[in-house]
Design a protein around this ligand. Structure first.
Ligand SMILES: O=C(O)C1=C[C@@H](OP(=O)(O)O)[C@@H](O)[C@H](O)C1
Ligand SMILES: C=C(OP(=O)(O)O)C(=O)O
Length: 456
């Protein structure tokens, strides 16, 4: 078995964009399982690196982003084996045992992998250089460098605004801090907690809006002590006891709810569809999308509730539904942050207006997702406006013209959202480049076509 699945370089797409077209056909039907959760997959490899012993991972997402984290874990001294589909083993080095990498850590398109690893490396007395593709080079990293500097990390060099390529040098022993995250971001929270592993005493993160808690769950699973209490109306205070000895522990990664969102919306908007999406993670900090769709009148039923890898999972039965526009409150954003582009597609087919509030963070994802969604919807004949930090979609309540080409700006979620849209529009919808889909959802096109879609 090869050590890793084959993949293209992160620059390949820039030279060879792959246009893809989606066309409407008959109803969608069938039963599918989407790949493993991206957030948990990155973390499983990172905790495997930091633990003593061999961590066995099943259900790992073998997308480009996660493969970059696997490469980085190897460069930092872990032995990473690929045993078969989704099955990986990581022999870790333990906290404090990181090796200085021989070369640059290239994270490709991955915000999560790069930011979490900055937390890990920035707390160790090694010098590490981080880089990525044209999209990652535009994303803000000051939000990670600021708390790391408080903990004693030296920013040896960085691009304007603290962007990659950047080089960090960690202190001999980081200083534990109490840090209030300036924006609701699980990546900032996680970077600080991962750095706090190497610090003596307690590292505290306070967030005013609760964000996904996979780092906290995995810290406990690998043997660290973490106390979580409520903070204000929607927030949390997370206290980590530093310098634990992390012990290898098995991780079973459940199916990614952010990937499930694509077949889910497709089934809602293609008339006559009925599909089952198996064993999707239903962690409440990831379920804002289901809440919103139900408010819109989506027919989604939950079957076979269970548990995978310590997370609640359920099979979702989705039937085509007449949707209504809704107002999505800003405090819901962290629990569905990556699902807004495809929610905007659902909203285009809904009757009335959908206003999605408080989406400033979407401007700094793989692309400016507010601008990309607005442009793609307009190209397909849908009225959409950006009002301050709100995205407003005027749904047709029926037919959507389609016919345009959506510019994807190296953004996998923009690519998949507009392909989903094209399965239900009068004219086909084209995207300019499907290459980035492999960052989070390899096999997306095949899976959609297995359900009866026409994407090529
Ligand atoms: O921690 C994580 O795994 C993630 C956190 C979110 O980013 P922010 O922390 O920037 O909101 C999300 O958009 C990303 O896809 C995954
Ligand atoms: C924002 C995303 O990922 P990342 O920040 O890891 O690049 C995403 O997957 O939608």
């Amino acid at each position: 078995m090869p050590d890793r699945p084959s993949r293209q370089s992160s620059l390949a797409h820039a030279q060879h964009p792959v246009p893809v077209t989606a066309r409407a056909g008959g109803p969608l039907s069938g039963r599918v399982r989407v790949p493993g959760d991206k957030s948990m997959s990155h973390r499983a490899l990172i905790f495997g690196l930091l633990a003593i012993g061999e961590t066995k991972v099943s259900g790992l997402l073998e997308g480009e982003d996660v493969m970059r984290t696997a490469d980085a874990a190897r460069a930092l001294g872990a032995i990473v084996h690929h045993d078969g589909p989704g099955a990986w083993r990581v022999r870790g080095v333990g906290i404090g045992g990181l090796r200085e990498p021989a070369g640059v850590l290239d994270f490709g398109n991955a915000g999560t992998g790069s930011r979490l690893m900055m937390g890990v490396c920035g707390a160790h007395p090694i010098t590490t250089t981080f880089d990525g593709d044209a999209s990652l080079r535009k994303r803000p990293m000051r939000r990670i460098l600021d708390p790391l500097e408080l903990m004693g990390t030296t920013i040896v060099s960085a691009q304007e605004g603290g962007r990659v390529p950047l080089t960090l040098r960690g202190p001999r022993e980081p200083v534990p801090i109490i840090y209030r995250t300036p924006v609701a971001s699980a990546q900032i929270k996680s970077a600080v907690l991962l750095a706090g592993l190497a610090a003596p005493g307690e590292t505290t993160v306070i967030e005013t809006e609760a964000t996904r808690d996979h780092t906290e769950t995995m810290l406990r699973h690998f043997g660290a002590q973490v106390d979580v209490t409520k903070e204000g109306a929607h927030g949390r205070r997370i206290v980590l006891k530093g310098q634990p000895e992390l012990q290898a522990a098995p991780v079973a990664v459940p199916a990614d709810p952010s990937s499930a969102a694509f077949p889910l919306v497709a089934a809602l908007i293609v008339p006559g569809s009925e599909i089952l999406i198996e064993s999707v993670m239903t962690n409440p900090l990831r379920s804002g999308f289901l809440t919103t769709l139900r408010e819109m009148g989506a027919d989604i039923t939950v079957e076979n509730e269970g548990n995978e890898g310590g997370e609640a999972v359920a099979t979702l039965r989705v039937r085509a539904s007449g949707l209504q526009g809704v107002d999505v409150p800003p405090e819901r954003a962290p629990s569905m942050i990556d699902e807004y582009p495809v929610l905007a597609v659902a909203a285009a087919f809904a009757a009335g207006t959908t206003r999605m509030r408080g989406l400033q963070e979407l401007r700094v994802k793989e692309s400016d997702r507010l601008a990309a969604v607005e442009a793609g919807l307009k190209a397909a004949g849908v009225t959409c406006t950006i009002e301050g930090d709100d995205l407003v979609v005027h749904g047709t309540g029926g037919e959507v013209a389609g016919g345009g080409t959506a510019a994807t700006h190296l953004d996998h979620r923009i690519a998949m959202s507009f392909l989903v849209m094209g399965l239900a529009t009068r004219k086909p919808v084209q995207i300019d480049d499907g290459a980035m889909i492999a960052t989070s959802f390899p096999g997306f096109i095949a899976l959609m076509n297995e359900l009866g879609g026409d994407i090529a």
